[in-house]
Ligand binder design. Sequence first.
Ligand SMILES: [Zn+2]
Length: 412
Amino acid sequence: MPKIYFLDVTNRDGVQTARLGLSKLEKTLINIYLNEMGVFQSEFGFPTTRHESIYLQANLELAEMGVLHPMRLEGWIRAIASDVESAFKLVPNIRHLNLSISTSDQMIKGKFQGRKTREDIINCMVEAVDAARALGAESIGVNAEDASRTDLDFLIKFGLAAKEHGADRFRYCDTLGYDNPFTIYETIKALAENVGMAIEQHCHGDLGMAVGNSIAGAKGAIDGGQDAYINTTLNGLGERAGNADLVATILAATKSKGFADEYQLAGSVDLSKAWKVAKFASYAFGVPIPINQPGVGSNAFAHESGIHADGVLKDPQNYELYGYEELGRGEPEFVYTGREICAGEYSGISGFSHVMGKIEVSFNNKEEANEVLELVRYANVESQKPLVEDELLFIAKYPQIAKKLLTLTPLG
Ligand SMILES: [Zn+2]
């Protein structure tokens, strides 16, 4: 029986979104949290973007060290052979790639302005797939951008050409959030049956259906005999109205009416990390979690009206589909309001030692403490907000990796 995999794209779609961004250390912590949650793959960045390359290499080093294991780290690039070459030049150890190209007539005409035909699109994509394989890619996904506005026949042709050249997965991008659960189910089922390759669903929320479409698409892939890979982001943040939210999609796949009886997740997903990862993403992006966010919103388990409160007190299942404990919620959150010493870009050694002592980090000597302090200062220059405990612990534990994450060399 084919299975459902989660493939998080926060570190690609999330960060390319207008007004949103993350420091390289924040991106790294997100990878660590996604790995802890049991997410199959993180689309961890852009291997052809120079300021990403050291971060990408450092994360691949963390994977080799076993810190980011067993999650796959995959890079997103355009499906152009020269981009594949640049990716391997900048990040030689990259092993998993998704290659993206527009497939709809709207975009072929509207973006390429008559310079490319449908045939050119397929040729460009297969050349990129061949180049990726030749340069050592272990897994290759091909992304059909704007697939939901592309003729099915052309999508099948595109998918078959990719498969023939050794691609492993077909990413169906509902780039504009145009699909609905009925249309995406039919299209993805047809793709699974006719292309015979695992299908990814990349859904956006412009019509408020990203999670529903992802689940319907996954059903289509599995009914068509193929594994389903659902693209998600943390807190649903992504281009425009956003993507399918990771936590909401896991909840939908495991708790919605009858779905889990027929369709199963690959591996084990640890929902108890949901609260921590959603809170961190909110802090790092500087975007509050909506009060009504599934599972992690502050009202997700709040009851006030007489009938609801009475009902939930008698039996929580009267008004709750799942328990807050499952999502790692329930610990009180205290906001300290007394004297506080923060670690920042202008910190000195005395204040810094105090902060680290509070989280039980001690140093062997003054030199070591000064080194870590210097890294913390640089991390703060990048993030421009106080570092969270896990960031400070990461820097203290992996100073050499942190140094790489903080290294930026423009025009070098
Ligand atoms: Zn997207």
